[in-house]
Design a protein around this ligand. Sequence first.
Ligand SMILES: O=C(O)c1cc(=O)[nH]c(=O)n1[C@@H]1O[C@H](COP(=O)(O)O)[C@@H](O)[C@H]1O
Length: 274
Amino acid sequence: MTFIKKLESAWQSQNSLLMVGLDPDPERLPVSMKQNRESTFEFCKGIVDASAPYACGFKPQIAYFASQGAEEQLSQLCAYIHKTYPHLPIVLDAKRGDIGTTAEHYAREAYERYKADAVTVSPYMGFDSIEPYLAWKDRGIIILCRTSNPGGSDLQFVESSCGEPLYLHVASLVAEKWNTHGQCGLVVGATFPEELSKVRERVGDAMPLLVPGIGAQGGDIEATVAAGRNGAGTGMMINSSRAILYASSDENWQEEAARVARETRDQINQARGI
Ligand SMILES: O=C(O)c1cc(=O)[nH]c(=O)n1[C@@H]1O[C@H](COP(=O)(O)O)[C@@H](O)[C@H]1O
């Protein structure tokens, strides 16, 4: 099954647009856990099990694993998710971008080594830096468009040669030229609902948007849903990481993670009118 079909099916079967971000900071693990690589896996597995009923997918952030030499734990986690929750897609957040020959290896890292259903990439080195990912027709490529951080405006708001901000130019390029097999999506931050709505309008209903920025970054759920939903009331993977992961560091960390995930799913659904 392709990434896009798996995601669409998860939106329906889970009745959820919530993507749970897996950003395991060794310094913020539950107090009962030791700060080591094995705990990184155990913690993420615990979060996955607690939040799976409320999620449309999981987004592990590679830097949190690589910075502590926990790549094997990331592989183990992806294998665990595929085996236990085969209906929930994994978006590997790696934000890669490099010349084609190198990009080929980044694609293999994401799709072969970690068996991710999709990976985040940067568009700024152009089409040949994206092309190697397109060869994996059943996988997804989620391209940075209007990121959630304040500094995103430094470049993404620069006027492009077409006389509009660069992020909209990226949205058009991906929708009209790069998305040759219908496997691309875009990253647009929940912290910028106005731009989110412009991107949705530009790319139409079919393209999924990865929308980080609710929870710890303070994005407004109602405004996000109103701006980014498609005609079917879906179309978004609305990501929350720290608000769920670190809801509690006490004995009840799994229960609290589950509670925040459920409440976030419910707030998103309420904004969808469900
Ligand atoms: O590609 C991403 O996932 C991403 C893009 C973006 O524009 N902003 C953004 O915060 N992210 C990621 O989304 C997650 C947000 O985490 P929280 O702010 O803790 O919910 C982190 O893993 C970020 O790396």
